[in-house]
Design a protein around this ligand. Sequence first.
Ligand code: CS2
Length: 489
Amino acid sequence: MTRLSASTFAGLPAAVRRPAYDRSRLAPGIVHLGLGAFARAHLAEYTEDALEKRFGAWGIVGASLQRPDQRDRMKPQDGLYTLLKRAPAGPELRIIGSVLDVLVASESPSALIAKLAAPETRIVSLTVTEKGYCHDPATGRLKADHPDIVHDLANPHAPRSAVGILVAGLKARRDAGLGPFTALCCDNLPSNGHVLAGLVRDFAALTDDKLAAWIEANGAFPATMVDRIVPATTDADIAEVAKLIGAEDAAPVIGEPFRQWAIEDVFANGRPDWHEVGAQMVSEVAPFEFMKLRMLNGAHSSLAYLGYLAGHETVADASGDPVFARFLKGLWAEIMPTVPAPQGVVLADYAKALLARFQNPAIRHRTWQIAMDGSQKLPQRLLGTIRERLKAGASIDHLALGVAAWMRYVTGTDEKGGVIEVRDPLAAELKRRTEAAGRNPGALAEALAGIEAIFGHDLPGDPRFTKPVAGHLTALFDKGAKATAASLG
Ligand code: CS2
């Protein structure tokens, strides 16, 4: 079978949509840090649409921070790959051409810094996941003692953290007399642009005060809300795509049809016409962010822990179970009063649409995948909502079950006694604490809620939080996730 590439894509079946612009003329304008499946199914498709609408120098050079596998899969394909959109009614196929090249930071940090400092680079976008920011999720501040930050401060020319790389690139531009690029955070963090600006400033200030001031005066860090459900690509997906397009593609991405992107329109040096292809350029991202992080991601995480414990492999299976569908509705009822509706949005309709997206049978999004990195996700997905509900004197029954399910999950043993592979940057600390507490729900809740980086100062000492969490945890141990969710009002 032929391999997808610049010389073969023209011969693909007519049903496969191909770049409608002359890709040989595409010049780079964006460097993307963390070129995983999500960015290739989201930012790269919006950019593809914008290029088709109005051609410009907005090609993407992707960079993987550590591993070479994306580069090794994409290079032989000249950066081309298939986006397979899975609607309940059937698949839709599209070859994305906006990614021109892929670098690997760990192999050659200097090549990446040179690219960031190139005059044509106007935007550096990021999807490095929550833990990739080396910050304290409870406060949003840089962890100066994070091993990658310690490394980067000692080796500023060979950084390995996203923040270290951004600062090295900005410094090189300043030294060359160029203006900064726009740093465009596309991760699921609250106030993501603002947080990134603070992290870059904190890091720069640890090395060069003048650089920090220059970034403060000239830099641009728009906030964004990004949304598309993109499960990790599996070998079965790769085989299916090969059959559908009649060529071998080692790097396809799978996504749901829905996508959304709200962007604060503050760019230092231009941007693609994303607003003409569905992105919403707004002055205030916060309402979109609250809606998405709290309603989508908060529900996703809660369902991932409960669903995994109950033996559901995917979100579609878990949300298709009437007990968990009812749990989700109860959860959204607690979340919605804390979310200011973005203009033109009816939150109840948004919740209804979320349930349909979760239940999309064509998307196999593993509960285990979403369960990863809970320590980095809980604060913005559930704990902020819980704080607001407590302040308002409102109930947190469903929200507390989401937190308790995380606690039960990170014990590392499932309901049948099997081992759970808990992936989390705090895994060692979680293990220490859960092992010390054993199966005593009160002790376990106290031990885990005592992690300040997740729960802050306030929640551990607030019985309105700790009591329902410990109560749910008892039920989770006694009767399991499904029966516990079923017992909620
Ligand atoms: C998910 C998100 O993996 C996760 O934690 O909740 O990746 C989610 O699918 C996206 O944010 C949807 O836009």
